[in-house]
Design a protein around this ligand. Structure first.
Ligand SMILES: Cc1cc2nc3c(=O)[nH]c(=O)nc-3n(C[C@H](O)[C@H](O)[C@H](O)COP(=O)(O)O)c2cc1C
Length: 406
């Protein structure tokens, strides 16, 4: 299969962090996928790593100077000759900064352009993907976090660092993300096709929980990742996004309208209050199928034998088209260890019942699919019962493929 990175220009800023050398492996992976990697190193990066290693790994000359030593700029300007000082910004299909120091993040957020890397980032139209790596205290510093939040609002993208032992001797969040995760994100960005600017999307995600008594609930294992990633990817494509998510779902990384709900009643109210201005609704929330018939008003004693009587809950998904007739509606259907045929048949039956446009079906009984996993495999069923099979992949990759189909 043709690599989506083939002949893509990835301009890669390498900044002065301990993880400098780790990214040589990432460059190799990108070149194996036939990308053209053009490295820019900062002054500090060259103090910590050898420029020659990056030239060898990338197969390209490393750029590190805003002012080329052999160009007489005064003469160029006097004679009105064109000067190419931001050419890397122009050729980039994707602008990667990896590893990214606290300093470079602060400089970009502050609008500083005082070397080749910051000037090129300031001048690029390409998506900028930042992979921070630093000491845990630098990461947690509210100034770093404010800078990151500011950049996220401006649609700069991040692969967040991971928890673990840090080279500085500390333990905590700050390790550069795994290179495969970074490659997956680069692929997702490059493969992101259609633009959703001007569209308004309502996404639901995560589990609802129904109270048995004031402190206990019936819920499910949904992490909310699938829905939250869809919301994030739609936002990064320019859509106006409203996310309604279960209180325990993962936090979205980017800034859009984000409403937390606990139970079905709150979910239904949030949908009713927000659906009006939306063109598309993607209902990925895992809604409880049961609720207690008689919710205890006081905390039940733990030594009592408890006979719970449960009733099926309202099917929110089947109400959506009644609330807003012309919404483009996509739902999810989770089944447990069924044949592919029944999975698709049941998805199609749901599509009919809800008058939906697509149903995304998955078998959560199979490993690496569905609830509380990083990956998913889904079958997208349309109104003609035509099926698109999206093979097992990272949930963010699946999110992008779904948005392409929609
Ligand atoms: C040995 C050493 C390791 C460093 N590692 C990191 C690091 O992992 N992350 C970070 O944000 N800064 C790190 N720094 C600090 C940066 O190098 C410093 O903030 C520098 O100004 C960054 O410049 P740049 O962002 O232009 O590359 C390190 C400094 C030294 C001396």
């Amino acid at each position: 299969m043709k690599s989506s990175l083939k002949n893509k220009n990835i301009v890669m800023g390498v900044t002065g962090g301990i993880a400098c050398y780790k990214v040589l492996n990432l460059i190799k992976k990108l070149r194996d996928l036939e990308a053209n990697v053009q490295v820019i190193m900062t002054y500090s990066a060259e103090k910590l790593a050898d420029k020659k290693d990056f030239e060898k790994a990338s197969g390209n000359e490393v750029k590190d100077n805003l002012f080329e030593p052999n160009i007489d700029y005064k003469d160029y300007i006097k004679k009105n000759k064109p000067i190419k000082h931001i050419s890397l910004a122009d050729i980039a299909d994707l602008f990667l900064i990896c590893p990214a120091t606290a300093n470079i993040i602060g400089k970009i957020a502050g609008g500083i352009a005082d070397d080749l890397l910051t000037t090129s980032v300031m001048a690029t139209n390409a998506t900028v993907l930042i992979c921070p790596a630093m000491n845990v205290k630098m990461w947690k510093n509210p100034i770093t976090q404010d800078n990151i939040n500011k950049l996220k609002k401006l649609r700069y993208e991040f692969v967040e660092p991971e928890y673990g032992d840090l080279a500085c001797g500390y333990k905590g969040v700050g390790r550069l993300a795994n290179p495969d995760k970074i490659v997956d994100r680069i692929k997702a960005i490059v493969e992101r096709r259609n633009n959703l600017a001007g569209k308004k999307i309502l996404v639901t995600a995560g589990a609802t929980s129904e109270e048995i008594d004031p402190v206990r609930v019936i819920t499910n294992k949904s992490s909310g990742k699938m829905g939250v990633y869809i919301a994030e990817e739609a936002f990064l494509r320019g859509a106006g996004v409203t996310l309604i998510r279960g209180a325990n779902a993962v936090e979205p990384q980017y800034h859009f309208k984000d409403i937390k709900i606990n139970n079905i009643k709150e979910l239904l109210n949030a949908v009713k209050n927000n659906i009006k201005n939306n063109d598309i609704m993607i209902h990925a929330a895992a809604v409880s199928d049961f609720m207690a018939n008689n919710r205890a008003k006081r905390k039940l004693k733990s030594f009592e034998t408890l006979n719970l009587e449960l009733s099926p809950t309202t099917k929110i998904f089947e109400k959506i088209k009644k609330i807003k007739k012309n919404i483009f509606l996509i739902g999810f259907k989770a089944e447990y260890k069924v044949s592919q045929k029944s999975l698709i048949d049941r998805a199609y039956a749901l599509l009919k019942d809800a008058d939906a446009d697509f149903i995304v079906a998955n078998d959560v009984g199979r490993r690496g699919r569905g609830f509380d996993t990083e990956t998913n495999e889904v079958f997208v069923v349309d109104k003609n019962k035509k099926v698109a099979h999206l093979q097992l992949a990272d949930k963010r990759v699946i999110a992008n493929k779904l948005l392409d189909i929609i």
